[in-house]
Design a protein around this ligand. Structure first.
Ligand SMILES: C[S@@+](CC[C@H](N)C(=O)[O-])C[C@H]1O[C@@H](n2cnc3c(N)ncnc32)[C@H](O)[C@@H]1O
Length: 279
């Protein structure tokens, strides 16, 4: 069992700012001491309460695909007794489509730098006790990690060649519930509210595979042996201050549609709370 989070270390505002600047790319906007927020590509803060959280107080929790760790730190903040967070060791371990395999991990290395640097910086500045391990989701094994009361997996399935195999591995370590979020295609969700529809994206640069509608997200969970117990209204994960501007005409039109349908601009998502079905 890990210890409860230590009190935040005494660091000066300058030290916090320097530590934040030393991270080449922040994926998450994370609130750090002295009112400093990391300049993330994505800012989960406004949508955290739109996710179907279970009560994590006193629970053993796992965050799958943690990147800078925002969801892991959030579970710690909400009172989890222990939080383990997993991610791949480096960019070569993404499920990169074969056409990008030679080039893309080098591009990501140059753009992002060391995979764990944002997590380690936030972990230190927050005085966190989250236990980060380098394990692929496909290799989750209860014999190694034990089982968890709560598992959270955010925005990972779209990046995996085999999302159902990954969900089966997650199921093997889920004793309680899984909170799974994934990108949602708005058009196919509106056109096919009850039919699972997934578009194969195959973009090697962004390592994107499956763009699902809400019904396909649910169906993947069911196919992997989960029963959905709660769903929420779709939401959009807002871009953070570090996100590159991408404001072509098409993007601006889509942003207007997203604002009208989901309340704000960002990447449309669905989230489900699920438990392992009795098989
Ligand atoms: C799009 S980010 C999502 C980050 C965070 N979970 C969230 O919801 O904001 C996907 C994360 O999954 C990680 N990842 C990719 N392939 C993985 C794998 N096979 N096993 C575990 N994590 C993986 C990536 O390194 C990255 O940190």
């Amino acid at each position: 069992m890990s210890q409860p989070a230590a009190p935040a270390p005494t660091v000066s505002p300058d030290e916090v700012r320097r530590a934040v600047d030393d991270v080449r790319l922040w994926y998450h906007t994370i609130e750090l001491p002295h009112g400093v927020a990391s300049p993330g590509w994505f800012d989960l803060r406004p949508i955290l309460d739109r996710m179907p959280w279970p009560d994590v107080r006193g629970k053993r929790c796992l965050d799958v695909g943690t990147w800078d760790g925002h969801l892991a730190f959030e579970m710690e903040r909400r009172g989890a007794s222990e939080v383990v967070a997993i991610d791949i060791p480096d960019h070569s371990m993404w499920d990169i489509p074969i056409r990008g395999r030679k080039a893309v991990s080098g591009t990501l290395d140059a753009m992002v730098g060391e995979k764990a640097s944002g997590f380690q910086t936030a972990h230190r500045l927050l005085g966190s006790a989250v236990d980060r391990r380098t394990i692929s989701v496909y290799d989750l094994d209860p014999a190694e990690l034990g089982t968890f009361d709560v598992v959270v997996c955010g925005s990972l399935l779209l990046h995996l060649r085999d999302p159902v195999r990954a969900l089966e591995a997650i199921r093997s370590v889920t004793a309680g519930v899984l909170l799974n979020t994934d990108l949602m295609r708005v058009g196919t969700t509106l056109l096919h509210p009850r039919t699972p529809v997934t578009r194969l994206d195959g973009d090697p640069n962004l390592v994107q595979w499956w763009h699902s509608n809400a019904a396909a997200h649910r169906k993947m969970l069911e196919t992997a042996g989960f029963d959905v117990v709660r769903s929420v209204r779709p939401y959009a994960i807002p871009y953070g201050d570090g996100h590159p501007p991408d404001r072509g005409l098409r993007d601006r039109v889509n942003a207007t549609i997203r604002r009208a349908l989901l309340g704000n601009d960002g990447v449309p998502h669905t989230a489900f709370l699920a438990r392992p079905a009795a098989l």
